[in-house]
Design a protein around this ligand. Structure first.
Ligand code: ZN
Length: 94
């Protein structure tokens, strides 16, 4: 099903945050990612999951701008990141 021009899944998932943050080095790479997501429901699922996680964190950061307890927020984010990291790994190796 996969043709030679598509990226391998592990490469896509490793560089997923670069894709979400628009930090990939070239247009070519965005195309490669988009082609891969079209063909690969597994990576699309991870993409959606990571995108949601990222916007959740950004929401946390935004909503806490006026709060007086930044260390509490950092702790929240740290826990969230650890949870995500654990879940991502399960997904990566399933
Ligand atoms: Zn894939």
């Amino acid at each position: 099903m996969h043709n030679a021009s598509t990226l391998p899944c592990d490469q896509v998932q490793q560089a997923l945050f670069l894709y979400i943050d628009h930090e990939l080095p070239s247009e070519q790479e965005y195309w490669s990612f988009q082609i891969h997501f079209k063909e690969c429901p597994d990576c699309t699922e991870v993409l959606i999951y990571e995108s949601n996680a990222l916007s959740l964190m950004q929401d946390l950061l935004r909503s806490s701008c006026n709060e007086a307890a930044p260390e509490e927020l950092l702790e929240k984010i740290r826990q969230q990141t650890e949870t995500l990291a654990g879940q991502s790994q399960v997904q990566f190796f399933s």
